[in-house]
Structures are given as structure tokens and as C-alpha cells.
Design a binder for this molecule. Structure first.
Ligand SMILES: CC(C)(COP(=O)(O)OP(=O)(O)OC[C@H]1O[C@@H](n2cnc3c(N)ncnc32)[C@H](O)[C@@H]1OP(=O)(O)O)[C@@H](O)C(=O)NCCC(=O)NCCS
Length: 205
């Protein structure tokens, strides 16, 4: 009984900021030290960067969905030093896992960048910022017009990189998890819709 009560009264909250950018197809200065390319799934089980989070099964499942792509920078020894996930639909809207059990609804001509990670020993070398710029250029090639990304309020490094890559604040949000339910609060900015879905609300970008 106690377990059941706890399940329904546990409250967790995540406070974050959504950013948005038009895509850019401007030429990027080539960085000779690192090559930006799609990460083959075989590397999830091999490259040390993926040990950090131990999320191999999740990563395989993302690829099965068919509209989530993992890209990153490789060093001269072909080791992954930074990775990011980019999701964009081909024709109809797609769902992307978001905070707690909520989902983002990503519409055609838009993309969402998520789960970005720089190997600790390679941090503060602009890899995140340059990765975001590369992702925008890649999205432009795919016919995407607007790219979204979000991070928590306290993630100063992520916010700095997002700003440097030319994203602008879109809206602030709070997601609260109360037991099995999820609630999303967000300011009523044009273009964002929150829809009830299952045990929570999804944000439509
Ligand atoms: C957030 C993260 C990806 C940044 O990676 P990074 O490659 O070190 O970032 P960059 O070198 O491109 O730096 C981007 C900006 O952040 C700043 N920055 C980086 N680390 C910082 C820190 N610890 N404190 C303050 N600012 C920081 C840089 O000075 C740079 O600012 P500038 O563009 O104004 O000069 C990395 O810290 C990380 O993997 N963290 C854990 C996972 C995470 O939080 N991911 C982001 C959520 S999607």
C-alpha cells in the first residue's frame, strides 16, 4: 500500500529552456583535427565514449525508429570524441522521447537535436558548438527549416554552446512528474502546442 501511495505522490520537476534556430547552409571552416560524420551503430558497442552512459540498447532502439540519427566528431585515430542525436521526419510528424515519459512531436521541415555529449577529456574545444553548427548545415541539406534544442536551466555549458551556435530562446518550460503522471507548463508562445497523450502531455513543436 505504501508503495502505491508513494508512486502517486512522488514529485520530480525539470526546468528547462527550448531554443530554436533557422538552418544555415553557410560554409563551415573545416576543422582538420576532427571529422564530422554519422556514427555507425557498430561503434555503440565498441567506442569508449558510449561506455559513459551505458545506453547501447536504447541507442539501437532509436535507430530502429528510422528518423533518429547519431552524428559526431571523430579524431585522427577514428575515436568518437563528441556525439549528438538529430531527429527529423520525412513526411509526417514523429515522436521523440523527452523529459520523463513525455514526447516531443516534431513536425515535417523541423528537426530536434538531443542527447549531445563531449568526451570529458575533449571538453572546451568548441566541439559542441561546432557540432551544432554542422547539424544545422546537415538539416538544411535535408530540407529542414527550423531546428530545436533544449537543456536544463542549470546546464551553463550547454546553454553557452547553444547560444554560440546561433540558437535563440524559444520558451521556458517545467515538466512535473507526479507519480505516473506528467504535466508540462510552458509559456504560450506561438507555434507550441501541448496535447494530452496517455499519462501526460506532449509538446508539439
Ligand atoms: C554540454 C557539453 C556537451 C559541452 O561540450 P563542449 O564540447 O565542452 O562545449 P564547447 O567547447 O563547444 O563550448 C561551448 C561553450 O560552452 C562554454 N563552456 C563549456 N564548458 C563550460 C563549463 N563547464 N562552464 C561554463 N561554460 C562552459 C564554452 O566556453 C563555450 O562558450 P563560448 O561559445 O561562449 O566560448 C559537455 O559539457 C557535456 O557533454 N556535458 C554532459 C552532457 C550534457 O550536458 N549535454 C548537453 C545536454 S543536450
Amino acid at each position: 500500500m505504501k508503495d502505491i501511495i508513494n508512486r502517486f505522490i512522488t514529485i520530480q520537476a525539470r526546468h528547462g529552456i527550448f531554443f530554436r534556430s533557422e538552418v544555415t547552409s553557410e560554409l563551415l571552416i573545416q576543422n582538420n583535427n576532427y571529422v564530422f560524420k554519422q556514427i555507425p551503430k557498430e561503434l555503440f558497442a565498441k567506442d569508449p565514449i558510449f561506455d559513459e552512459k551505458n545506453r547501447i540498447e536504447k541507442f539501437y532502439n532509436r535507430l530502429k525508429d528510422g528518423h533518429h540519427y547519431c552524428y559526431g566528431f571523430f579524431d585522427q585515430d577514428n575515436a568518437v570524441v563528441f556525439y549528438m542525436w538529430i531527429s527529423y521526419p520525412e513526411s509526417t510528424s514523429i515522436l521523440v522521447p523527452w523529459v520523463f515519459k513525455t514526447k516531443l512531436v516534431v513536425k515535417p521541415c523541423t528537426a530536434y537535436i538531443w542527447d549531445c555529449f563531449t568526451a570529458p577529456q575533449y571538453r572546451r574545444r568548441d566541439l559542441y558548438k561546432k557540432g551544432l553548427l554542422r547539424a544545422k548545415a546537415l538539416c538544411a541539406q535535408q530540407g529542414v527549416e527550423q531546428v530545436y534544442i533544449d537543456c536544463t536551466n542549470d546546464n551553463i555549458a550547454s546553454q553557452a554552446g547553444i547560444n554560440s551556435a546561433g540558437f535563440k530562446i524559444f520558451f521556458a518550460y517545467t515538466v512535473r512528474r507526479v507519480g505516473a503522471l506528467n504535466f508540462v507548463n510552458q509559456d504560450a508562445r506561438k507555434g507550441v502546442t501541448v496535447v494530452l497523450s496517455g499519462k501526460g502531455y506532449n509538446i508539439v513543436l
